[in-house]
Design a protein around this ligand. Sequence first.
Ligand SMILES: [Zn+2]
Length: 136
Amino acid sequence: MDYDDMLDRAANETADVTGTDERLSVPDPEVRQEGSVTVVENFQRLCDSLGREPTHLLGFLQREVGTSGHIDESGRARVTGSFDAARVSDAVDAYVEAYVRCSECGLPDTRLETEGDVTLLRCEACGARSATPSDD
Ligand SMILES: [Zn+2]
């Protein structure tokens, strides 16, 4: 029994060491044009997969594509202008690099912490804390 525990632990540690290649399973954005508005149908699911607040991702998305938007009652993001799925996907990738993936170990096991008016990315895998881009 103890030996099995040791094997389990060894396996877990090995997984951590090789974990830098770990990929987030983020769904591709499902994007639809509605007049002059771009609707991201699976926005809520995107946020769930990233473990982030929809309003936070939306704020980033708005800055990335330079427009304004809001989240509707069904959890879809609606942003002004025409953006295809690739553009939204690029913005989500940039968000992951800035606000999800640990800059030290590359794992996505992180959460955002606020210290004063600074937002820090805290990694639960390696313990690193790193600055995030300013919200301004
Ligand atoms: Zn880390």
